[in-house]
Ligand binder design. Structure first.
Ligand SMILES: Nc1ncnc2c1ncn2[C@@H]1O[C@H](COP(=O)(O)OP(=O)(O)O)[C@@H](O)[C@H]1O
Ligand SMILES: [Mg+2]
Length: 308
C-alpha cells in the first residue's frame, strides 16, 4: 500500500517543553487515521507541523513524497486543513468563504463554482450559503470549514478535533460526511473522543506528553490493553442481600450497582466460578461479559488525572 504521510522523529520544543517528542509514523493512503490523546498531548502541534504552519525543532516529514520543510508549497496544494478553532471570515458569507479559498488556490471560476455547489449540497448548506457564519450553529460552521478544506480537491485531509463541542446530531452528520470520504482520500484526524475514534478510524494511535503510546485498530488496542474483566449481573430479587454478599468476596475488584443490575470487575475469568459458587445461580436473571471499551484502554494508558 502507498504511504501518504511519513514522519521521521519529529520533535517540537516550546521553551524547553517537548510538546512533540520524536514521533515517527507512517499513514497509508486512502485510510482514516486517528490520533487520540488528552488535552496537551501534542496533537495540534503535530498537525501544525505536518500542514506547514509551524516548523519542527528536529526531524522530517513528507506528504505524498513532498518534504514539509523544503516543498511546503507542493504540500499545501495537496492538503486540506480543518483547524481546531473555526477560522472562517465572519465578514464573508459561507459561499464567499469557499470562493476566497478557491481563488487563493488559483482555481478558475468555471472549476470552482460547480465544485462549491456540490460541496454545499453534500454538507447540507446550500440553503444557507449566502448567510454569514455568525448566524450559524456550531455544527454548521464546522461543516463550512470542512467544505472549504475540500474545495481544491485535496488528497490528504487533516481534521483537528472536528466535532469538539457539537451536539449529538451535528456530530453524527459530520461523522457520516467524513465516512463518505473514506477511501477517496487520506484522512488524518485528531480527537479526544473515544467513540469518534472507534466510529471513524481504521487505525488509532494514542499519544500523550508528545509521545506515541500505542498503535493499532480499536480491536487490537482493546485486546492488548483492557485488562479488566467486567461482568454485569442481574438478579430476580433481593438485590440488597446479594450486594452485601458480593462486597464481602475478597477477589471483587470493583462493584457498581444500578437498581437490580450489578457491574463488577474480576482480576481474571478464573474468578467467575468462585463468584457463581458463592452466590448460587438460583436468583440470577442474567449475567454477561461487558466488552472492554477504548475508554478503559485510554484511561489505563494516559491516567485519570484531569488535564487542563
Ligand atoms: N504556541 C505555544 N507556545 C508554548 N506552548 C505551547 C504552544 N502551543 C502548545 N503548547 C503546549 O504544548 C503542549 C501540546 O499542545 P497541543 O499540541 O495544543 O496539544 P493537544 O492538541 O493534544 O491538546 C501543551 O503543553 C501546550 O500547552
Ligand atoms: Mg489540540
Amino acid at each position: 500500500m502507498e504511504i501518504a504521510i511519513s514522519i521521521q522523529k519529529i520533535a517540537k520544543e516550546y521553551n524547553g517543553l517537548r510538546a512533540v517528542d520524536d514521533v515517527s509514523l507512517e499513514v497509508q493512503a486512502g485510510t482514516i487515521f486517528g490520533l487520540l490523546g488528552p488535552n496537551g498531548a501534542g496533537k495540534t502541534t503535530l498537525i501544525k507541523i505536518l500542514t506547514t504552519l509551524m516548523r519542527p525543532t528536529s526531524g522530517s516529514a513528507s506528504v505524498e513524497g513532498h518534504d514539509i520543510q523544503t516543498q511546503g508549497k507542493a504540500v499545501r496544494r495537496l492538503i486540506g486543513v480543518v483547524p481546531q478553532e473555526n477560522n472562517l471570515d465572519r465578514y464573508l458569507t459561507a459561499r464567499e468563504n469557499l470562493t476566497l479559498h478557491a481563488r487563493m488556490h488559483g482555481m478558475h471560476r468555471r472549476d470552482f463554482n460547480p465544485r462549491i455547489d456540490e460541496l454545499l449540497e453534500l454538507t447540507g448548506l446550500s440553503g444557507r450559503q449566502h448567510d454569514f457564519p455568525d448566524t450559524f450553529s456550531g455544527g454548521m460552521q464546522r461543516r463550512v470549514v470542512v467544505a472549504r478544506a475540500l474545495v481544491h480537491n485535496p488528497h490528504v485531509l487533516f481534521l483537528d478535533e472536528p466535532t469538539a463541542g457539537l451536539d449529538p446530531q451535528s456530530r453524527r452528520a459530520l461523522w457520516d460526511y467524513i465516512l463518505s470520504l473514506r477511501s477517496k482520500m487520506t484522512i488524518f484526524l485528531t480527537t479526544h473522543y473515544m467513540d469518534e475514534a472507534e466510529e471513524l478510524c481504521e487505525r488509532i494511535v494514542i499519544m500523550d506528553h508528545g509521545k506515541i503510546l500505542v498503535d493499532g485498530t480499536s480491536e487490537q488496542l482493546k485486546e492488548a490493553f483492557a485488562h479488566s474483566h467486567v461482568y454485569e449481573l442481574e438478579f430476580r430479587a433481593d438485590g440488597d442481600r446479594y450486594e452485601e454478599l458480593i462486597r464481602s468476596l475478597p477477589f471483587i475488584e470493583s462493584l457498581e450497582r444500578r437498581g437490580g443490575v450489578f457491574r463488577l470487575s474480576l482480576p481474571g475469568e478464573e474468578y467467575l466460578k468462585p463468584l457463581m459458587d458463592s452466590i448460587g445461580s438460583g436468583d440470577i436473571k442474567k449475567i454477561c461479559l461487558r466488552e472492554p471499551s477504548l475508554e478503559e484502554v485510554f484511561l489505563e494508558l494516559t491516567g485519570r488525572k484531569v488535564r487542563e
